[in-house]
Ligand binder design. Structure first.
Ligand SMILES: Cc1ncc(COP(=O)(O)O)c(C=O)c1O
Length: 414
């Protein structure tokens, strides 16, 4: 397939693609929804372009996908970083505090937008509603990397504080539909909220142009068709299928709790099973290896956690296999409290991401890195929070932290 009168053209849609996008917008209660066959990455790029067409400062949660930092470099956007609160459990990055957003926006009135990732990889959700209220009171839009939460509206009512970020007031959301809905790889939605700020800044009128700035002129029609089909599936049975999935998962949570393998604390996506393996004396990677032996491939594992993404398309047999695999892990120590990572203070940033990312770099041993400027992010997991970002000056505290997590080299500017 290619762009023909009957098949429409993604960036000048006025036929079947537009109709399919309008159907999806009704599902999300969005002012407008746009299809992407270039993943969530294309949606993130377009969100930044819409909110900061002339570049400038953005207040951003430090737990952020590298595609966003790269997009900041392309668009000459300068981040003002916020560390999360580490309130979600041992070794998890945690949530962005509305109070800290308020403080930063008051102290730096030239910040043009707030950007955060929610849910995070572990399914932990920040308080988007409260953050939107704070940001909107300052006349600033809220952009949410909702890569892992396209389906969250289908879990409405399952847990307080968990819903699609658009329903909680976000102005723009980037949703990686292919991660949690039956969509081919690369299929994603850019959603524009029905909010006063989105209307003020004419996001709906400008959105296709913003997508076209970064997207391929040959988007994959199979991927787009799968987005249309998934929207249809969501409309027909998505909510009951996801709510049933959560019920089907209850024995898995009970088992993790009984074995003292803690789940994240506070509001989270309950269709995702993330559990901490440290109380059982295993790293997440070691536990993942044991799950693999039992025929279960986790989505992700790090030094302390295992993440399994379940979908309504998983069969009973899949869930039983996962149940059995977890039952074979050693029991955790009920008294295990772990240690909260004490992150080094945010380093000074003499250069912007653009100035750093577009320069030549070299790899040096950590002991030679103090005082040099980082070319890439360095992010020990857990806690999954970068301690240095491109353009920041590497401090002694940063190198000490990285040493303690087993790092020995880092990429710096030449
Ligand atoms: C939080 C987050 N944002 C953005 C992306 C990029 O999404 P995509 O691969 O759909 O471009 C990812 C991919 O894993 C992600 O985890």
């Amino acid at each position: 397939m290619t762009e023909l009168p009957d098949t429409d053209s993604l960036f000048e849609a006025d036929g079947p693609i537009l109709q399919a996008e309008e159907q999806a917008a009704r599902l999300f209660h969005a002012q407008r929804t746009l299809f992407s066959a270039g993943g969530c990455t294309l949606c993130l790029q377009a969100m930044l372009r819409l909110a900061l067409p002339q570049g400038g400062k953005i207040l951003a949660g430090r737990v952020i996908h590298r595609s966003t930092v790269n997009a900041m470099a392309l668009l000459d956007i300068v981040p003002v970083w916020l560390y999360p609160e580490q309130d979600a459990g041992i070794g998890l990055p945690g949530r962005i505090s509305p109070h800290k957003v308020e403080k930063a926006l008051t102290e730096q009135p030239d910040i043009k937008a707030v950007y955060l990732t929610s849910p995070d990889y572990f399914g932990v959700c920040s308080d988007i509603g409260a953050i939107c209220r704070v940001a909107h009171a300052h006349g600033v839009p809220v952009l949410v990397d909702n890569a892992h939460g396209t389906h969250l509206g289908l879990l409405q009512g399952v847990m307080d504080g968990v819903d699609h970020p658009l329903a909680l007031g976000a102005d723009l959301t980037a949703c990686s539909a292919h991660k949690t809905l039956p969509v081919l790889t690369g299929g994603a939605f850019l959603n524009i909220g029905d909010t006063p700020l989105a209307k003020r800044d004419r996001y709906s009128e400008r959105a296709k142009e913003a997508m076209a700035l970064f997207g391929s002129t040959s988007p994959n029609y199979m991927t787009m068709a799968s987005l249309e089909q998934a929207a249809d599936w969501v409309q027909r049975e998505g909510k009951s299928a996801f709510q049933k999935l959560v019920k089907r998962m209850e024995p898995l949570w009970d088992q993790c709790n009984q074995k003292h393998l803690p789940l994240p604390l506070g509001p989270r996506d309950k269709s995702r099973l993330s559990f901490c393996t440290l109380p059982a004396g295993l790293t997440g990677e070691q536990a993942a290896q044991r799950l693999r032996h039992e025929g279960v491939e986790p989505e992700y594992a790090d030094g302390g956690w295992v993440v399994c993404i379940l979908t309504p398309q998983n069969t009973e047999e899949d869930l039983e296999k996962l149940y059995r695999a977890i039952s074979l892990l050693p029991d955790g120590d009920p008294g295990f409290t772990g240690q909260k990572a004490v992150l080094p203070p945010l380093p000074p940033a003499p250069l912007s991401p653009r100035q750093a990312i577009l320069q030549e770099s070299e790899r040096v041993p950590l002991e030679k890195a103090v005082g040099r400027i980082a070319a890439v992010a360095a992010c020990p997991c857990p806690p999954g929070v970068p301690v240095v970002m491109p353009g920041e000056r590497i401090t002694k505290k940063v190198t000490e932290f990285l040493y303690s997590y087993g790092f020995s080299f880092i990429e710096v500017l030449q």
